[in-house]
Design a protein around this ligand. Structure first.
Ligand SMILES: Cc1ncc(COP(=O)(O)O)c(C=O)c1O
Length: 304
């Protein structure tokens, strides 16, 4: 029998580290807003934020079914592939990563970690990558093609929702809004499925053209759809890898005030958006907001 608690301890996962910190900031004082951050970035130095939450029950299912090889897809800076490769390395499970685009002449730090942890990398054209995205669940065809258990991009499947639900179970205070950054929308779907009735989830799309998001979230939620969530598309800054001076100085100021590290791809954009909405009076006073820190700090190394 596969024991997920033993796996978590073999990996060094510590969900107790994901404390909830209240943020002190003059903008919050001025608008009488209580903001907390749930530090899921502290769950593990590599498999941080939403990464383990999304992988946990997929891994349990795959291992229970006797699979010894995990296959997934992502961009050249993918936090998801990074976490998966590390899991494979630590648990001695074979992994394959299908990476979008041509193999770069000089590989970045994410790709070099993937190789170091023994992930087999296959570079696929952007058009083939788009086709691959359509594979949402493992099936015999994928098994034959890639020789392992298929995990969709970003770990986006129904098992992931169960892992994400555990974030909500760890919240021991009342809140009105849960805020988070969205890529595939899976984390948002898992939160929307599990929050109390009087609360809402507000996602910030990190992607330009994330029009697919709402449809994908509804698909993931299926019968569980509770109309208790929404996605804001105003703070992607031109796309996943894009940033500007305004975002950079917001992140610098936030980090120096709070000592909470951020990256500009997901969490920096989400908090920028949240503060902007607060400044514009979009939240009722004294109704607590909790922002989920979804990790991804390995992405910060690319510019160093
Ligand atoms: C750090 C980080 N935050 C947020 C997200 C978005 O999560 P989701 O794809 O579940 O919307 C991702 C991507 O998985 C991520 O790597």
């Amino acid at each position: 029998m596969v024991d997920i608690t033993q796996i978590e301890s073999a990996l060094g996962i510590n969900t107790k580290a994901a404390i909830i910190e209240q943020i002190k900031h003059p903008i919050l004082d001025e608008h009488k807003i209580e903001l907390h951050i749930k530090r899921d970035d502290l769950v593990h130095p590599v498999i941080s934020g939403n990464k383990w939450r999304k992988l946990k029950y997929t891994l349990l299912y795959a291992l229970t079914q006797g699979h010894d090889h995990l296959v997934s897809m992502g961009g050249a800076y993918s936090n998801h592939l990074h976490a998966l490769a590390y899991v494979g390395h630590k648990l001695n499970i074979k992994t394959t990563g299908l990476v979008r685009g041509e193999q770069p002449e000089e590989e970045n730090k994410t790709l070099s970690d993937l190789r170091k942890w023994g992930m087999t990398l296959k570079f696929v054209s952007r058009s083939d990558f788009r086709e691959l995205r359509k594979n949402r669940t493992h099936n015999d065809k994928l098994q034959k093609l890639y020789g392992g258990f298929w995990i969709p991009e970003g770990g986006s499947n129904e098992y992931a929702l169960n892992g994400i639900s555990e974030i909500v179970k760890e919240i021991d205070m009342d809140f009105k809004t849960l805020a988070l950054a969205c890529g595939t929308g899976t984390t948002l779907a898992g939160l929307a499925k599990s929050i109390p009735d009087e609360s809402r989830v507000l996602g910030f799309s990190a992607l330009k053209g994330g029009g697919f998001l709402e449809k994908d979230i509804k698909k993931l939620l299926r019968k569980n759809s509770r109309h208790n969530w929404s996605v804001n598309f105003d703070y992607h800054f031109g796309g996943l890898a894009e940033s500007n001076d305004e975002l950079t100085s917001f992140i610098d100021e936030f980090q120096s005030r709070t000592n909470i590290p951020l990256e500009p791809i997901y969490n920096g954009k989400m908090l920028f958006g949240l503060f902007d909405l607060i400044k514009n009076g979009r939240f009722k006073k004294e109704q607590p907001i909790i922002a989920i820190h979804t990790g991804g700090l390995q992405g910060n190394r690319q510019s160093q």
